[in-house]
Design a protein around this ligand. Structure first.
Ligand code: TXA
Ligand code: MG
Length: 309
């Protein structure tokens, strides 16, 4: 596949510019991971605290192995899920050219190989990995459609068009000697990891200090958000799930009428972005089952509804 967006995107990245591009999870705001000036630009533009490290995107396992140490279990998990929505925290080799600024000078870096044609085409054409956080302002809602990308970001940064098929960010994990630490719930479920890797001990992200992105407040729409609602208040819009009697007098969207969590994940950020643009007193969200991808959706909802005052 070759289109003018890709050609342009590649050209800009080579010149040290930033580019917004789709991945299978959410859109990324990318730049050359080996260029510290570029990394600085990403942090500034996103208004992101410097202690919240970026994820680095690679074209293949060879490129990762050139830059990072990988033990047996890390290799096994990488091979199982890559290309795909898995971010593995790996220890960087001394000779790696990846900018220390990407991970706030820590040698532990979040790595992934995306499973999206456009992201892959871009990576294949470059001889450096791409550092890319989600393409939203810090603490705001992630974008899975071109139309949901923040208009100021879009004004200043070139966007390679496309769509994110899965709709939720990657699952961030770190391998310890004999267990897996989930640092952020994502598109790969805990249940799936347990099924594929037998008898593995898994620690969950609750109160985890290792992933600075796990702040209490995050993924927040501009409008107030209420979760697990039993009744929609007057003038609130509704983000519904499954079949029930909930109804809004302003606007109704259903993540999945069939109660399918894969479909709900795909729609989740897009619908949240849509409801945030509709005039209402706030967004009421129906209860989502807390299993599989529902755990990831509930994690995002909890942070999106967090009030700091
Ligand atoms: O699906 C995704 O992961 C998307 C696409 C664009 O790849 N990216 C993404 O990046 O969600 P971002 O920056 O929005 O979230 C990265 C998360 C944060 O919670 C961050 O704290 C954690 O990964 N993370 C990154 N590097 C880390 C590291 N070295 N140690 C611990 N946590 C890390
Ligand atoms: Mg993000």
């Amino acid at each position: 596949m070759q289109n003018s967006d890709l050609i342009n995107g590649k050209k800009l990245l080579k010149k040290g510019k930033l580019v917004i591009f789709p991945t299978e999870t959410v859109f990324g705001l990318g730049g050359n991971a080996t260029n510290s000036k570029v990394i600085k630009k990403i942090y500034n533009l996103k208004k992101r605290p410097i202690n919240n490290p970026l994820i680095c995107h690679f074209k293949n396992l060879t490129q990762i192995k050139k830059n990072f140490y990988m033990n047996e279990l890390e290799l096994k998990i990488g091979k199982l899920y890559w290309p795909g929505p898995l971010t593995l925290i790996l220890k960087k080799k001394k000779n790696s050219k990846i900018s220390p600024k990407l991970s706030n000078h820590s040698s532990y870096v979040g790595c992934r190989i995306p499973k999206n044609k456009i992201a892959m085409e871009l990576l294949k054409k470059l001889d450096f990995p791409i550092a890319a956080p989600s393409a939203n302002l810090s603490n705001k809602v992630s974008a899975t459609r071109h139309s949901d990308i923040d208009s100021d970001l879009k004004k200043n940064i070139f966007v390679v068009k496309g769509k994110s098929k899965l709709g939720l960010e990657s699952t961030v994990i770190q391998i310890k000697e004999n267990y897996i630490n989930i640092l952020r719930y994502g598109s790969i479920t805990e249940e799936d990891i347990r099924k594929k890797i037998k008898n593995i001990k898994i620690k969950k992200p609750i109160k985890n200090k290792l992933s600075p992105g796990n702040q209490k407040k995050h993924y927040s729409p501009n409008l107030p958000l209420r979760i697990n609602v039993r009744k929609v208040k007057k003038n609130e819009s509704l983000l519904n799930f499954g079949k029930n009697n909930l109804y809004s007098n302003v606007y109704n969207l259903n993540l999945s009428r069939k109660g399918n969590l894969v479909e709900a994940s795909r729609n989740f950020f897009h619908y949240l972005n849509l409801l945030d643009r509709i005039k209402s007193a706030g967004i009421a969200v129906a209860k989502i089952p807390n299993k599989g991808l529902g755990k990831t959706i509930n994690d995002r909802l909890k942070r999106a509804s967090f009030k700091d005052n």
